[in-house]
Ligand binder design. Structure first.
Ligand code: SF4
Length: 297
């Protein structure tokens, strides 16, 4: 008998806020590595975020894209789900993180001090899976987290600029999945054509701390560096992250290992984007296959 979506995802480490909602927490690989005193995520190197004090969560697993490179399964959606309130999410945050990390308490590699720090997260990455702007209380959730002292990273596919414009996270990410509309429609397989809305979301970034994220998939969207550059230049975002597609999760059913670019390839592509705009490479992380660009004034 096939597993129910919730059951299958629980087996993968998802912790749900409520049985009738897809709002969830899942500690990422880097959180666990950092807890054991190992390497931290590239967000530590680029922005100073401590991985073991970061909660990776989403207020919904729903999405209006079906990106070929997405690690989530498109079957794991809850059409009739209830939306948790921001207060419910805030109340469950510590408990779910604690439950997810409880096994590490007895690990010989985890110091008591680091374990206690991990139970007191300082940062919330609203980026796990699904599109957070489909959650109607997103602006209120971001405000509440901020009021409780968390820094927040909000990662959106840019399809709801109206909601995004009402959110004030510490750092706003908008994904730019393609250099042009045709490639976008082929790769993201959206419910509707949202290309113009993505452009509207990009235009919000110049007035806030922000990043454009490009997930580079070899052979699919690794063309038109000048088109990427023009979109990036217009956005005025603080940072650009060009990151390689990773052959992980359910994306393995849609793509192959060959779609995964090497770090050197990503760096070379980032260099070509840089030639067509005022952004320059300022940092890179080989383990995460990501290159950072920042605007030169
Ligand atoms: S927008 Fe994000 S969550 Fe939605 S399908 Fe694409 S990669 Fe997955």
């Amino acid at each position: 008998m096939p597993l129910s979506p919730c059951k299958a995802l629980r087996g993968q480490g998802y912790q749900f806020f409520s049985p009738d909602s897809s709002a969830a927490v899942k500690p990422c690989l880097w959180c666990k590595k950092a807890l054991k005193g190992g390497e931290q995520c590239y967000k530590h190197q680029f922005y100073g975020i401590e991985s073991h004090r970061c909660v990776q969560m989403t207020p919904t697993l729903r999405c209006n894209h079906r990106c070929l490179f997405c690690w989530r399964s498109f079957e794991h959606e809850y059409p009739g789900e209830r939306e948790c309130t921001p207060e419910e999410i805030l109340a469950g945050l510590h408990d779910l993180q604690k439950r997810a990390l409880s096994g590490y308490k007895v690990s010989p590699y985890v110091t008591r001090e680091r374990f206690l720090e991990a139970l007191m997260p300082a940062h919330v990455a609203i980026s796990l899976s699904g599109e957070p702007t489909l959650y109607s209380h997103l602006p209120g959730l971001v405000d509440l987290l901020k009021a409780r002292g968390f820094t927040t990273f909000l990662v959106s596919n840019g399809t709801n600029p109206d909601i995004l414009s009402r959110c004030a996270p510490f750092q706003t990410y908008v994904s730019l999945p393609a250099p042009d509309k045709e490639t976008y429609l082929r790769i993201c397989r959206p419910v509707e054509d949202y290309w113009d809305r993505i452009r509207d979301s990009l235009s919000l970034l110049g007035t806030r701390r922000s990043a454009v994220r490009v997930t580079l998939v070899r052979g699919l969207n690794d063309h038109g560096p000048d088109h990427y550059a023009a979109l990036i230049q217009d956005s005025g975002a603080s940072y650009i992250e060009i990151k390689g597609y990773m052959y992980l999760g359910y994306s393995r059913k849609r793509l192959s290992r060959e779609h995964m670019p090497e770090h050197a390839y990503i760096r070379e592509f980032a260099g070509r984007v840089s030639e067509h705009c005022d952004y320059r490479i300022t940092n890179e992380n080989k383990a995460s296959r990501v290159v950072l660009l920042e605007k030169v004034e």
